[in-house]
Design a protein around this ligand. Structure first.
Ligand code: HEM
Length: 522
């Protein structure tokens, strides 16, 4: 047979089209997963999710997906997301492996991939490491860090006072943005006894925030299709160049952490003294102690990775929690008033003329307020900082039953906090509404069990062996900051009709939360 150029090109195209089509169909119908509904393109290719993470980062389509597709949503050819909190026990406490999503978080240094406590899929290393460093994040240690939070909180309030109350020249306060400055300065201070100086510079020295935001954007998009990481940041060619010293592009957080570590090693405190550079306890000092006790497990690179994990994980998450809590209070004046009364009854506004630092509420005091506790829980339920992100696991080869459904082996599965925290059978028919009272025990029969069930369904800090290591630190910051701000300042939404915006790359940051600020005093 005689083949002309155009017929052979045509045949090639036909063959290619057939190959692509059959690959797409194989994806869609694999393992019978097509019985689960979701956005149609998602079942054909993971590219859809990359695209969706980018384009839908400011809208939260989860509730409309759930309405349309049910409690199990297919978000990828081999990926299911669950809205029923019954999945938490099945997915996160049954020893499932993490998906490749996590490795995207691993750093690269001099051409080598450096796993960290968050990114690693090595269960043995992870559990040993967690045990060794647990002291740095325990409640006992965290309370020792309290003075560091007090100092940053005082700086935050002084800025609020001087920039947004006294002069009024700067006009409205972008509360979400300033809470971001605050949270990053706190995590710098807790980590190294030295803040990043973002508040002091009135937000001008905010490079650290941008660096971490870019990193989260990368992780959110590439994490849904991890093989892209091997084409981009972990490209073998770039790694090769890095190993030979021809290419090294560490993120700015790395040199900063390296410098802090080197300085601390040079000025090693006396044995048994767990004070950091400023004479106060900090995370780096506790990690160095852990290294002293377990030098075989924690080399300098691992220590650096641990320190960076805290910095990466502890800024935007906490600022989003704080802005979420204040946003819901500002939108619900009745709850704000009730909380104000509770705070005033125990910690009245400072006497006129006293320094703002005098108004800082201690963690123990903050923890003693039941209505504050209810307001915090309720806001974290509706706006879990990492609630729009998937924390993916892989079903074992033999398959598994998750929330009552049989799921074929090696399917990637995840709960979604945004949906699980709105589960009506658990939180009530008004689960979409903000009602702090749902967390209060009215003394009737069954109340304890009802509240315990809600607590079990909350997936704010994760559950199981990978649950948030910095939870105590986050709670320390939250339970101090909210009552302190409301004790010392009166806040009002600048324009209640203006919706705030959300930017959801791993963390659901609130943007455009403009408030008017007034100083409170007796
Ligand atoms: C409100 C604030 C915070 C929220 C909502 C939050 C949430 C989470 C979530 C959902 C996970 C992942 C669980 C999983 O992979 O299954 C996590 C892990 C982690 N978080 Fe947080 N976090 C917060 C604050 C912090 C802070 C302040 C730090 C450090 C000081 C921190 C350090 C970590 C670390 C190191 C991990 C990895 C733990 C592991 O894999 O063993 N987090 N966090």
């Amino acid at each position: 047979m005689l083949w002309t150029g155009s017929t052979s090109t045509g045949a090639l195209w036909t063959a290619l089209t057939l190959i692509v089509l059959s690959a797409l169909l194989r994806q869609r119908y694999q393992k019978g997963l097509n019985k689960y509904k979701g956005p149609v393109l998602a079942s054909y290719t993971s590219l859809w999710r990359v695209w969706n993470t980018y384009w839908n980062s400011t809208s939260l389509p989860f509730l409309s997906w759930q309405e349309k597709y049910g409690d199990v949503i297919r978000l990828g050819p081999n990926m299911l997301v669950f809205a029923d909190p019954a999945c938490i026990k099945d997915i996160y406490t049954s020893g499932f492996d993490k998906s490749g999503q996590y490795m995207v978080n691993a750093g690269v240094s001099q051409g080598k991939i450096v796993p960290n406590i968050f990114s690693t899929d090595d269960k043995k290393w992870h559990s040993q490491l967690r045990r060794c460093v647990s002291n740095a994040f325990s409640l006992t240690s965290v309370v020792q860090y309290e003075a560091q939070v007090d100092q940053t909180l005082t700086t935050f309030m002084e800025k609020m006072d001087s920039l947004f109350v006294h002069q009024r020249g700067m006009g409205l306060m972008d509360l979400g943005l300033w809470l971001q400055y605050f949270a990053f300065d706190v995590i710098g201070k807790l980590s190294y006894s030295s803040s990043y100086g973002i508040l002091e510079s009135d937000g001008k020295d905010d490079a650290m925030i941008h660096t971490i935001s870019r990193f989260f954007e990368y992780v959110a998009m590439v994490g849904v299709w991890p093989m892209l990481d091997h084409v981009l940041r972990k490209n073998p060619f770039l790694l090769f160049l890095g190993r030979h010293g021809w290419y090294d592009k560490p993120t700015p957080t790395v040199p900063y952490a390296r410098k802090q570590l080197a300085t601390r090693k040079r000025n090693k405190p006396a044995e048994g003294n767990d004070a950091g550079a400023s004479g106060q306890a900090d995370i780096l000092q506790k990690l160095l102690e852990a290294q002293g006790q377990h030098p075989d497990l924690i080399d300098d690179r691992t220590l650096l990775g641990l320190s960076l994990s805290a910095v990466n994980a502890g800024g935007d998450t906490v600022s989003t929690a704080l802005s979420g809590i204040l946003y819901y209070l500002l939108k619900h004046p009745r709850a704000m008033e009730k909380l104000g009364q509770e705070i005033d009854s125990k910690f009245p506004a400072p006497v006129e003329g006293t320094a703002l630092g005098e108004g800082v509420v201690s963690y123990t005091e903050g923890r003693s307020l039941p209505y504050l506790d209810a307001c915090i829980q309720e806001a974290l339920r509706l706006h879990p900082p990492a609630g729009g992100a998937t924390f993916e696991r892989v079903a074992p080869p033999q398959g598994a039953t998750i929330a009552g459904q049989y799921i074929p082996g090696r399917t990637t599965v995840s709960g979604l906090a945004y949906l699980m925290n709105r589960h009506k059978p658990t939180f009530g028919l008004d689960a979409l509404e903000y009602r702090p009272e749902r967390w209060l025990d009215n003394g009737e029969r069954g109340e304890e069990a009802r509240i315990a069930a809600m607590n079990r369904a909350m997936f704010v800090f994760g559950v199981g062996p990978h649950t948030c290591l910095g939870r105590n630190i986050a709670l320390l910051e939250i339970y101090k900051t909210i009552p302190t701000i409301l004790r010392c300042f009166e806040l009002r939404l600048a324009d209640p009709s203006l919706p705030v915006k959300i930017s959801n790359f791993m963390v659901m940051n609130l943007r455009g939360l403009y408030v008017e600020v007034k100083r409170r005093s007796r």
